[in-house]
Design a protein around this ligand. Structure first.
Ligand code: HEC
Length: 109
């Protein structure tokens, strides 16, 4: 009995901390941007760099890409050349978010 409580309480605290950590302002665009950015940093920056310009393994400089959003979504879904397909790695919503992030990278021009 006492032993059970000792195990459950830390888990409950962990869940609480996680819940509070997510955006408290309820601004969905900010939240989606953060998600797209974190997906990008985890999955794409390896070749493209966090700013999209790295170009490792022949990766394109994303900041100068002239592709439309649907074209980018298609490449991320199905892959191209040395870039692997992400349709089994990311959900359509995640792909949408990460492409939206890619499209913000070019705006610094
Ligand atoms: C293994 C390295 C690698 C990773 C990881 C990678 N890419 Fe790529 N990416 C490439 C290469 C190489 C190309 C160029 C493909 C070609 O044209 O032959 C490319 C091309 C692209 C293009 C097309 C750019 C253009 O203008 O033609 C987009 C958009 C893109 N990547 C987005 C992403 C996104 C988003 C992710 C993460 C979900 C990602 N890439 C992960 C290597 C990578």
């Amino acid at each position: 009995m006492d032993l059970n409580m000792k195990r459950i309480i830390p888990i409950a605290i962990g869940v609480l901390v996680l819940a509070c950590g997510s955006t408290a302002d309820g601004d969905t665009t900010t939240a989606e941007k953060a998600t797209g950015q974190s997906i990008f940093n985890m999955n794409c920056s390896l070749c493209h760099g966090r700013d999209g310009k790295l170009g490792l393994n022949g990766a394109k400089d994303l900041t100068v890409s002239t592709l439309t959003k649907p074209e980018m979504v298609a490449i991320v879904r199905s892959g191209k050349g040395a870039m692997m397909p992400y349709k089994n790695v990311l959900t359509p919503k995640e792909i949408d978010a990460v492409v939206d992030h890619v499209r913000t990278l070019g705006k610094a021009k």
